[in-house]
Design a protein. Sequence first.
Length: 542
Amino acid sequence: MVNDKLSPVDISLEGIGHVLRDRRLEVPPYQRGYSWGQDEVADFWWDLKASFVSSNPQYFLGTIVLAQAGRIGRSTIIDGQQRLTTTSLLLLAIRNEFYRRRDISRGEVIERDFAVAFDLKSGNTVSRLMLNADDMPQYNTAISKRANGSEIISESFTQSGIGKATSFLDAQVQREAKEAGPNWADTLYRWVEFVEHRVRVITVAVPTEADAFLIFETLNARGRALTVADLLKNYLFGLAGDQLETAQRHWVSALLALEATADEEIFTTYVRHLWGSYSGVTRERELYSRIKAAITSQPAALEFSYQLDENAPLYAAVLSSDQPWWNERRDLIPLGETLLRLRVEQYRPLLLAAMRRFDDPQIALLLRGLIAWSVRGLIVGGLGGGSIERAYGEAAIAVSEGRASDAADVFKELAQVIPTDDVFKQAFAVRRINRTYIAKYLLVALTKAQADLSDPAVVSSVEDAEYQLRSALPRNAVPQDWPLFVPDEIPQWSRRIGNLYVTREDSDWTPFSDLGVYPEIISMRQNMLADSAVSVWPRELS
């Protein structure tokens, strides 16, 4: 053990059960919840089982990082939540088996030593391990579930990760006791001693969370693959120092706004798009290193944590038209719904930057432009290419820096990558569409244009629901029923835009009723639709 007078870090090798018995622990609210699935829990059990039956039963479970400055009397778990929680559930499963076999006294000892403690101040029994707000109700259920057959267990518990782990470990412990026969009590006792003393971890305890985050990344180099969000959180919190609570508050607020956890892909995508809205296109693999190189001080870390918080509600609105941001802009919702229906991402950093700086009329104009430019990119191809993504990224920087002050300026930034009318028309005339949601949107918009309806490119969710996509030549057409088509070419012709149309529900109308269905007619109709498409999705803003 390192002498506290020589170092603020206290390192010890101890049994993981002893960690649960000797300390009161808590998971901070910004950390992801219990995430081990059946595979991880099964690996945990069978690894321990293999060691337990060996001639020298001991097992190493890695490093656990704790910060001593948690709530009064508790240490904060920086790394090790999954292992500590699963170990606790295993001990509860052993307790359950004692209860199941009517050995109440020993069951109570296990519960008292490893799961709950009596709090002298409040006079209440409290959990030794406090999980986050989402997991704690399920963990409390696991604690109260003593396997006496009288509990009513909720479906939310049985379907949760903690509930499934509890069920699995209960079954394994029951099997252990059954196989031990009359020696079942001794076997369970040896399991408790094994977990408490022989399943070992290196416990690294530091005075503050900020200290813990500075060493977390290195210690995890051989453990679970860290997400960009994991690395970023640890780095920012480490730089935050005495302002750690402020950084934590911003982090949690951003997660809540996105209704996400830090290990979900959407949060990493948000960070990447937020960074891109200031600094240009950044690949996920280089995101953390770029942020780390740019943010090197406490003020910079706090400022970025603030930006994460402030921009999260805007990004939530980029992802969904049901977000509060749209409530004050009801007239923009159909534009937002239309853009979301295209399911493209390149515009997100740009739109995020514009939502920070543009007024509502300019945002409306930009949304119209993004719809048209996205359609042109989807039809011509290359929308996911590097040059186009870089152009959108540079436009986002121009907006953030004030060099592009309105939607017209954004068009100037993007003009070189937006397909011209001739290129768009030629591509549209021969385009095949595999994704039905794109095909349906295009045909609804073109149908609106043919009916001289206003804003044909803007298709709200209500309008979209009114139509059904149909095809004259079915994709699964039997060749002998369609002799005018070369058999091998039927799948290609069936996906041509000219072969598709939309009707309102229960309508028998078809644009082919007087013309018949054969290749020349499909091509002719698609050429006519291509002429209309140029005006439905204009290149320039007006």
